[in-house]
Design a protein around this ligand. Structure first.
Ligand code: SF4
Length: 387
């Protein structure tokens, strides 16, 4: 079966009409208790094809562009702020696919963007021709897979032939787009995932040589803590193994200890850093949980669903949160020093940590602001490039 979709087939709806598997209907509206969320999952083919677009990362030094082949993300991380900062803008579009509340239903819907050779090639050539002066200074001319979803997530919400078909559309779009970037540009690629399904593309990744970096998000090694924050993502040990396998396959690696949870202490981070170091990552990114509107509610609901206790006070109050965030960043520096990976640690302090109120609470304001500035200005490592 040829899964390559042409322009005229962008509205193609190849699947059966009942694409919403619905075990409990939910009328939408404001949820007072997120643990009462509906259990339905929505998996649909998006009417919008795959694109390569500029991203708006600030001080992260991750990439200049992003390819997001899905809208939504089946990992459903409770701390994820994509629904508040990105997906929420697509509210009316999502309603057309049966998603009534993008933030509350986060993790339960995925729209798959199909491949369109002509439009993607046009995006690639436009990116290739963009002068360096027009790009973010820290993006390494890299295209990120992905900034608002996981490129290797397990698709759920359909079964049988419909599910197979949807997987084939997604795999085809991802592979064709990577090949096009490799063969029609000099752009770099940065892949970040929580999913062992990425192994399927190791051969393709290796064919990029120094132009591709593969990374795994690994905020903790504690399986129980991971279940609260990353309820539907593969466990930490699987991800650690994935990272090591990528390194063994000859692919340049990096790690995102992001976000680090309040449960982690210095000892935990030393252990984590030592373990990931086996894969010789070029960079270890690290950030605390960022608070957004629904984050505390989602984290609380996730713990409740698992019957676990979890203190969400750092996510409810901006002052408590700032103290937690600064503390975790400083603890990470000490842990990295002890693990012998200090030079690789690339911290991402949120811009809110530079606010007057937070700065004034620090014991040495000058040292603190200089440290923040150094973190924000840092440019991440790239293989074959001297930083
Ligand atoms: S994997 Fe990333 S995009 Fe997906 S839910 Fe988790 S944090 Fe959000």
């Amino acid at each position: 079966m040829n899964h390559q979709l042409t322009k005229s087939s962008r509205n193609f709806r190849p699947l059966s009409t009942n694409l919403i598997s619905c075990s409990k209907r939910w009328k939408g509206g404001r949820m007072s208790d997120l643990s009462e969320l509906p259990s339905r999952r929505i998996l649909r083919l998006s009417e919008k094809c795959l694109t390569l677009q500029r991203n708006d990362f600030v001080n992260k030094s991750l990439s200049s562009w992003a390819v997001n082949q899905f809208m939504g993300c089946g990992h459903g991380c409770s701390f994820c702020y994509v629904p508040e900062v990105s997906v929420v803008k697509q509210k009316s579009l999502l309603r057309g696919y049966g998603v009534e509340s993008p933030a509350e239903e986060w993790g339960r819907y995925t729209l798959v963007r199909p491949w369109d050779r002509t439009s993607f090639l046009s995006d690639v050539l436009k990116a290739e021709g963009t002068p360096l002066t027009e790009l973010n200074r820290d993006g390494n001319r890299a295209v990120m897979y992905s900034s608002t979803t996981d490129p290797y997530q397990v698709l759920k919400g359909l079964s049988g032939e419909d599910l197979k078909m949807m997987r084939a559309v997604a795999d085809n779009a991802r592979r064709k787009s990577l090949e096009m970037i490799r063969d029609h540009s000099t752009l770099n690629v940065r892949i970040l995932t929580r999913s062992p399904l990425a192994r399927e593309d190791f051969e393709l990744m290796r064919s990029f040589g120094d132009r591709l970096m593969f990374g795994v998000s690994l905020p903790t090694l504690d399986e129980k803590v991971s279940r609260i924050y990353e309820p539907d993502a593969p466990g930490p040990q699987q991800r650690l193994q994935l990272l090591e396998d990528a390194h063994a396959a000859g692919i340049a690696t990096f790690v995102a200890v992001a976000p680090v949870f309040p449960q982690s202490n210095c000892e935990d981070l030393v252990t984590l850093f030592k373990k990931v170091e086996k894969a010789q990552p070029h960079t270890i990114f690290m950030e605390p949980v960022n608070i957004r509107l629904k984050v505390a509610e989602r984290i609380e609901a996730s713990a409740k669903k698992l019957g676990m206790e979890n203190d969400v006070s750092p996510f409810r109050d901006s002052q408590v949160w700032a103290d937690y965030a600064v503390k975790m960043l400083k603890v990470a520096e000490l842990a990295a020093e002890e693990a012998g990976v200090r030079a690789k640690l690339h911290l991402w302090p949120d811009k809110a940590l530079g606010s007057k109120a937070v700065v004034q609470r620090q014991s040495n304001v000058h040292d603190y602001t200089s440290w923040l500035q150094r973190c924000w200005e840092r440019i991440s490592e790239w293989p074959g490039k001297s930083n």
